[in-house]
Design a protein around this ligand. Structure first.
Ligand SMILES: Cc1cc2nc3c(=O)[nH]c(=O)nc-3n(C[C@H](O)[C@H](O)[C@H](O)COP(=O)(O)O)c2cc1C
Length: 277
């Protein structure tokens, strides 16, 4: 017997964290991202329309209600991927940012990634990471915990962390702080980013860039947790030694943005080579 679903879908959005002015934007569902020509992100973080993206009115869902969906995200993506010539397909990079002071570099990292041809970029941020950068400086779609709960109103709605793990070809966690490192090593998933990681398809690359104070880095649990992530098949972009923001000098600083981007470029290039075979 089919369980009856409530006719009135619950308004989960009202329960979620209130947004700052910079964060207020039209929420863009991943399938909107994917359904537009070239899978453009469609809107800027400030809600303004990207001329290359889908126009208002082209949305597949009504955000106020629970329009029954007949097409799943995968169904939209599959024909698009299959039909498009390899050269036109974009490689989708999801950047996960956590609450390290190195998240100050997130705007620079995102801009540098966008400099790689053929790349589509989106960001998932933890609440703590938000403290270190301005939303206005991130020129791609940015998702956080509230989006996960605002998106899901009834059974036919998609689950954001699952949509994102399907959408992304590469997950880049930069910076990865000690807290999220510990969670990932033990399988904890209590926010949007850790849910994406927990649901990650391990046949796709996951890069992580640890960033923490030297004392944290040198604690014996860190090496164990980093080793655990590597055992999952994740790729470490090692931290570097320098004078840290807290004044200490030593290992623990996130790898330079240039090194991170070089690693992503290498993976994209390998991917493109495989596509051509
Ligand atoms: C100013 C400031 C800087 C911080 N920098 C770091 C850091 O570089 N690395 C780290 O592991 N934790 C750092 N923390 C602590 C994390 O923000 C804290 O563990 C937080 O709970 C992480 O949450 P998240 O993993 O959900 O983002 C910092 C905290 C503050 C207040």
């Amino acid at each position: 017997m089919v369980t009856p679903w409530p006719a009135n879908c619950k308004a989960s959005g009202s329960k979620t964290t209130s947004r700052s002015a910079g964060e207020r934007r039209r929420f863009l569902h991943p399938w909107e991202v994917l359904s537009g020509p070239g899978r453009s992100l469609g809107v800027g973080i400030d809600g303004s329309e990207d001329p290359k993206g889908p126009k208002s009115g082209q949305n597949l869902t009504d955000q106020a209600g629970c329009t029954p969906r007949t097409e799943s995200h995968m169904e939209l993506r599959a024909p698009c991927q299959a039909a498009a010539p390899a050269a036109r397909r974009k490689f989708c990079v999801l950047v996960g940012a956590t609450g390290s002071v190195a998240a100050l570099k997130l705007p620079h990292l995102v801009s540098a990634l966008l400099g790689i041809p053929g790349l589509e970029v989106a960001v998932v941020t933890t609440e703590r990471a938000k403290h270190f950068y301005s939303f206005q400086d991130i020129h791609v779609t940015l998702y956080s915990d509230a989006d996960e709960w605002e998106m899901w109103k009834c059974r036919s709605d998609p689950v954001l962390h699952i949509e994102l793990r399907r959408w992304a070809d590469l997950l880049l966690i930069a910076p990865l702080d000690a807290n999220t490192l510990g969670k990932v090593a033990s399988g904890i998933c209590d926010n949007l980013l850790t849910c994406v990681i927990r649901a990650w398809d391990c046949s796709k690359p996951l890069l992580f860039c640890p960033a923490m104070n030297t004392a944290m880095w040198e604690h014996p649990v860190t090496a164990q947790q980093v080793a655990q992530l590597k055992a999952f098949g994740y790729i470490e972009i090692p931290c570097v030694a320098k004078k840290l923001v807290c004044g200490d000098h030593g290992l623990g600083a996130m790898a330079e943005v240039g090194s991170i981007v070089d690693k992503v470029r290498e993976i994209v290039s390998l991917h493109n080579d495989r596509q051509q075979c």
